[in-house]
Every structure is written in structure tokens, then in C-alpha cells.
Design a protein around this ligand. Structure first.
Ligand code: PGA
Length: 236
């Protein structure tokens, strides 16, 4: 299975020109680019090799929902993947039940869903077994609408919150421990593709991507720096 590299630009960059420049620099096979909503159309028009992703979606397909974006609107722009349940969205109030509705909406629209899960430092301080329990609880709810026939359209990202680069106390995870957790997730919820996310950069990417159980990486901060990102691609 090809290892996938997901570039999650989060709420960056600040202009469409900069977004176009970044997209051209990251347009590789095996890459999925998730720009902010306002750049999806312009970025999608430039990509020849990479696939287009959205960072979020609303679960209702149109209607009176001011400020929300629907699955049909994303699909119409050529979006292939939708990220749901990123820890930064969960920090703004997104619950496992909301995540579950979004997962179903994305699959119902024939797109692929990338569902993020991960524990806080407080949980991990109690050990890896506690982290496993926490993540499986998140996934049991988040994936409740997923049937076996859809499991190939789902990717899970294990992103421990304490390892995300913008977290003030951030430390990258130990690749062997991420791989252990990821193997556990695959078994427990029967999802074949599971990625790692959290401070992946050009220096450490090969350590994560060399782990058999890690099927790809989700890259935040380093995806805003083309040279750094190229280093990650070269490790895949
Ligand atoms: P980071 O973000 O690569 O900047 O740590 C990863 C993530 O948000 O999962």
C-alpha cells in the first residue's frame, strides 16, 4: 500500500497567491493537500498529481446553516478527502457525535474521510494503555455509521495532542510507540489505513514512515515550508 502524505495547511497562508505557490511546490503523487475552504477551487485547479482535501465539512447537505459548507459543495470542487475531528476542531467544541455525523455525510457523498483521534497529555501520563482506551472510545462513536463495505474509504489519523508542533509543550512521539498504538487501532476497529500526525518533519519522517503499521502521515507546520515538505516526500 502506498504511504500517503497529507498536508494540512490549517488556517494558512494569508493570500490566494501564496496558496497557489505552495500548491505548485507540493504537487506530488501520493500527496493530499488540505487548504482552507476559500482556496479549494484555485488550488484544485492547479493540482496535476496531488489530491484535494477539505479540513472540515457540515453534516447537512445544504439548507439554512449560515457559515457551513456541505459535502455536495466540496465534491463539486473536486475534493476527494475530507478531514474530520481534528483536535483543533474538537478544542472548539466538536464532539464524537458530531464527528460521527460528518463521517457519515462524507461517505454518503462518495468521498473519503480522514478521521483524527488522539489523547491529551494528561491521559498519556497514565501510560500507553490509557491512551489506547481513550482513542478507542473516540473511534467507537466516530465510526459508528461506518460499515465494512465502507472501511476502505476511511483513514484514521492518530495524532496525540501533546505531539502537535504548535502545542507549547510539544514533543514528537516515539515512532515505535505510535506504531504500537496504530496497530492496536487497526485491530480494534477494523480500519485498514491508519496514519500518524504530530510534529512530522523532514528529519524524523523516515522514522515514522519506516514503521510497517503506519500507512502515512498528516503534516501541519512542515507542510507550509516547501523544502521541509520535500524532505518528507523523499522519506516516503
Ligand atoms: P503538526 O500538526 O505537524 O504541525 O504537528 C499535525 C496535526 O495537526 O496533526
Amino acid at each position: 500500500m502506498e504511504k500517503l502524505i497529507v498536508a494540512n495547511w490549517k488556517s494558512n497562508p494569508a493570500s490566494i497567491k501564496k496558496a497557489q505557490k505552495l500548491a505548485l511546490a507540493e504537487d506530488y503523487n501520493g500527496v493530499v493537500i488540505a487548504p482552507p475552504f476559500p482556496y479549494l477551487d484555485a488550488v484544485g485547479a492547479l493540482l496535476k498529481n496531488a489530491s484535494l482535501a477539505a479540513q472540515d465539512v457540515f453534516w447537512k447537505d445544504g439548507g439554512a446553516y449560515t457559515g457551513e459548507v456541505s459535502v455536495s459543495q466540496l465534491r463539486d470542487l473536486g475534493v476527494k478527502y475530507v478531514i474530520v475531528g481534528h483536535s483543533e476542531r474538537r478544542a472548539l467544541g466538536e464532539t464524537d457525535d458530531i464527528v460521527s455525523k460528518k463521517v457519515e455525510a462524507v461517505l454518503g457523498a462518495n468521498m473519503q474521510v480522514i478521521i483524527c483521534v488522539g489523547e491529551h497529555l494528561e491521559t498519556r501520563k497514565h501510560g500507553i494503555e490509557e491512551a489506547k482506551k481513550f482513542i478507542i472510545r473516540q473511534l467507537k462513536i466516530g465510526l459508528k455509521g461506518v460499515q465494512k463495505k465502507n472501511s476502505r474509504d476511511v483513514a484514521v489519523v492518530y495524532e496525540p495532542i501533546w505531539a502537535i508542533s504548535t502545542n507549547p509543550s510539544s514533543v514528537p512521539d516515539i515512532p515505535e510507540e505510535s506504531a504500537e498504538l496504530i496497530a492496536y487501532i487497526k485491530n480494534a476497529v477494523n480500519i485498514p489505513r491508519v496514519f500518524y500526525g504530530g510534529s512530522v518533519n523532514a528529519k524524523n519522517a523516515h522514522e515514522f514512515l519506516n514503521q510497517n503499521d503506519i500507512d502515512g502521515v498528516l503534516v501541519g507546520g512542515a507542510s507550509l515550508k516547501p523544502n521541509e515538505f520535500k524532505g518528507i516526500i523523499d522519506s516516503a
